[in-house]
Write a protein that binds this ligand. Structure first.
Ligand code: SAM
Length: 244
C-alpha cells in the first residue's frame, strides 16, 4: 500500500534524491509465535480483532536501536487530532517521525497510553487501516521539507498556508467550452494580477470555508479594509521593485 508513494511522484523523487527517508516495518516481523499473530480477540467480547501491544512496542524499540530516539511517535487514529497544515508544517521540521498504523477494530489501548506521543486523524471518517492515513501524512509533510518541491513558492502559495484557500488557476486555451480566462490574468499587469488573486482567495475562502477566517464570515468592512491593505502592500512592493 505504501510502495507506489515511495517510488512515484514528489515523494518518490524526494526519497530517491535522499531528501527524506521512509522505512516501512511489518508488525509480523516483531511477533514470536509460529503464526506470527499481530491480533487477538477483544477483552469484554464484541466484534472484530484488536492489534496486540507487543509487536508495536518491539517494532518501536527496534527503530530506536537502529535510528535513535524518534521526535514523534504518532498513532494513526480516527480519534486523534485532525491533521491540519500547521501540524504538517511542524512535523516537516522534525527529523525522525514514527507513524503507527492500526487495523481491524483498532489497537490495544496501551499503545495509545504508553507508546504514542500523539494521535493523528486524517478526517472524520473511518478507514480500514492506518496505512493510507500514514501515506497522506508522509505526502503532505514531505512536500513541506525544503527542497522537496522544486519551486518553494508553489508550496508557500497554497491553500491553508496563510489561512486562506488558494486562488483559481487557469492555463491555455483562453476560452474553453464558453468559459473565458479572466482578462486581468492575460493583462501582464503583475500588481493587478496579485490583487485579483488575493481577492479571489478571500472570496472563495469566505464562500467555502468561512471557518478558516477565524471569526466566521468576514463582514463587508473588514473585507474591504483587508483588500485595501493588500492593494497598498502590492503597490509598495511594485515601487520597491522599480527601485531595485
Ligand atoms: N474502531 C475504531 C474507531 O471506531 O475509532 C476504528 C478502527 S479502524 C477500522 C482501523 C485503523 O485504521 C485505526 O486503528 C487507524 O489506525 C486507522 N484509521 C481509520 N480511520 C482513520 C482516520 N480517519 N485517520 C487516521 N487513521 C485512521
Amino acid at each position: 500500500m505504501i510502495q507506489s508513494l515511495l517510488t512515484d511522484g514528489v515523494v518518490g523523487r524526494a526519497v530517491s534524491s535522499g531528501l527524506i527517508r521512509v522505512g516501512v516495518h511489518d508488525l509480523r516481523d516483531f511477533t514470536d509465535d509460529r503464526h506470527r499473530s499481530v491480533d487477538d480477540v477483544p477483552y469484554g467480547g464484541g466484534p472484530g480483532m484488536v492489534l496486540k501491544p507487543e509487536p508495536f512496542f518491539r517494532a518501536v524499540a527496534a527503530i530506536r536501536r537502529e535510528h535513535g530516539e524518534p521526535d514523534v511517535v504518532a498513532l494513526m487514529s480516527p480519534q486523534g487530532r485532525v491533521l491540519r497544515h500547521e501540524q504538517a508544517s511542524a512535523l516537516s521540521g522534525r527529523s525522525h517521525v514514527v507513524l503507527l498504523c492500526g487495523r481491524y477494530e483498532g489497537v490495544d489501548e496501551r499503545i495509545h497510553l504508553a507508546l504514542a506521543t500523539e494521535e493523528i486523524s486524517i478526517g472524520d471518517y473511518v478507514l480500514s487501516g492506518g496505512e493510507l492515513a500514514a501515506a497522506v501524512v508522509v505526502d503532505t509533510v514531505a512536500r513541506l521539507v525544503p527542497g522537496v518541491v522544486g519551486d518553494a513558492k508553489s508550496v508557500e502559495q497554497e491553500s491553508f498556508v496563510d489561512g486562506l484557500l488558494d486562488h483559481p488557476h487557469y492555463t491555455r486555451p483562453p476560452v474553453f467550452d464558453g468559459y473565458e480566462v479572466p482578462e486581468v490574468l492575460r493583462s501582464g499587469h503583475h500588481v493587478e494580477i496579485q490583487r485579483w488573486r488575493r481577492r479571489e482567495a478571500l472570496r472563495r475562502t469566505q464562500a467555502r470555508r468561512p471557518d478558516l477566517l477565524g471569526q466566521g464570515p468576514l463582514d463587508a468592512r473588514r473585507w474591504s479594509s483587508k483588500l485595501k491593505d493588500e492593494a497598498s502592500r502590492s503597490s509598495d512592493r511594485e515601487q520597491a521593485d522599480e527601485c531595485d
